[in-house]
Design a protein around this ligand. Structure first.
Ligand SMILES: [Zn+2]
Length: 313
């Protein structure tokens, strides 16, 4: 027989234990629910984040596509400007000017040799044509003698250009687009090259300049204007066409046939091949080949396309 008070005690303990169990159970349930909620919240957040990431990715892709489209449009506009497309840079003047870039030639560009410059000078002399050469200072600078120590022969060609009545003007010292140079760099490049031209030929360089690639930034255009170095863009590009046929003469003839006149951009390495054919064609058409000075005094120089500055300033 269990004593009564013990029964009471046991009952109390059982009730207490049940109470504790219920509390634990309730707390367990509470935390379980809490965890599930948190988990679903986390899952919800992850899903949102993923959605957001997908949206951002799509936005970036769209933006990139738009940038690519704009770049393609810009390039196309540029190509149209610099090609022989008939719609722009037309001039009513019935004359052309021969300009040759990058000389005095030897190996600045693949396939070019000093013979190309020699051949150009021979052809011009035989036809009594005065042209303009936009030269690179580094090609005839004794400071660059490390390039094979052959600067003397380039100096001879430079002297010959001046002696035969051609215009020697600055392209650049090392063929860097003006818009990629700082004002200080450009100032140094142009003036150093001008000084070298004077030293070698005994004659001052012409004040005309032409940026490699032809384009200017607003800043470089302002600099040239301030320094009174007229920038010489071109009306006809003898060598840049929309196809890869390299039929320079064919394209030039076609452009001239359709009314193209004015300043023609050429390079010795290619022009030495097509120059005689071009001269014959111009004679046939009765189109005079005049000097850049005469052109500038009679007509205006073509506008230079402006591109954003991509260098340091
Ligand atoms: Zn050039």
């Amino acid at each position: 027989m269990i004593p009564k008070f013990t029964m009471k005690k046991l009952l109390t303990i059982s009730i207490l234990l049940t109470g504790v169990a219920v509390i634990f159970f309730a707390v367990g349930i509470y935390y379980y629910i809490k965890t599930v909620e948190t988990r679903s919240e986390v899952i919800g957040l992850v899903l949102d984040l993923e959605k957001e990431t997908i949206l951002i990715r799509a936005e970036v892709a769209t933006r990139k596509k738009e940038q690519a489209r704009q770049e393609a449009a810009r390039q196309a506009a540029l190509a149209a400007q610099t090609s022989n497309s008939r719609s722009d840079r037309r001039t009513s003047a019935n004359a052309v000017v021969f300009t040759f870039d990058d000389g005095p030639y030897r190996d600045y560009q693949p396939g070019a040799t000093i013979e190309h410059t020699e051949s150009i000078l021979d052809i011009l002399k035989a036809e009594n044509i005065k042209a303009t050469f936009f030269v690179l200072g580094s090609q005839f600078d004794p400071e660059e003698a490390g390039q094979g120590g052959t600067f003397q022969c380039y100096q001879e060609w430079l002297k010959r250009m001046v002696a035969e009545g051609h215009t020697v003007a600055v392209h650049d010292y090392r063929h860097v687009a003006y818009r990629k140079q700082s004002r200080t760099e450009l100032d140094h490049s142009i003036n150093y090259t001008r000084r070298r031209i004077r030293e070698v030929t005994g004659q001052p360089a012409a004040s005309y300049v032409r940026s490699p690639g032809g384009l200017l930034s607003q800043e470089t255009a302002d600099y040239l204007k301030e320094k009174k170095y007229p920038h010489v863009y071109w009306h006809l590009n003898g060598e840049l066409f929309d196809d890869d046929s390299n039929d320079y003469l064919g394209h030039l003839k076609e452009a001239i046939e359709e009314g193209g006149r004015g300043i023609i951009l050429m390079h010795d390495r290619n022009a030495s091949g097509y120059l005689p054919g071009l001269i014959d064609f111009l004679k046939e058409k009765d189109i005079p080949i005049i000097s850049l000075e005469k052109w500038a005094a009679t007509y205006s120089l073509p506008d230079t396309p402006l591109e954003p500055h991509t260098g340091q300033f």
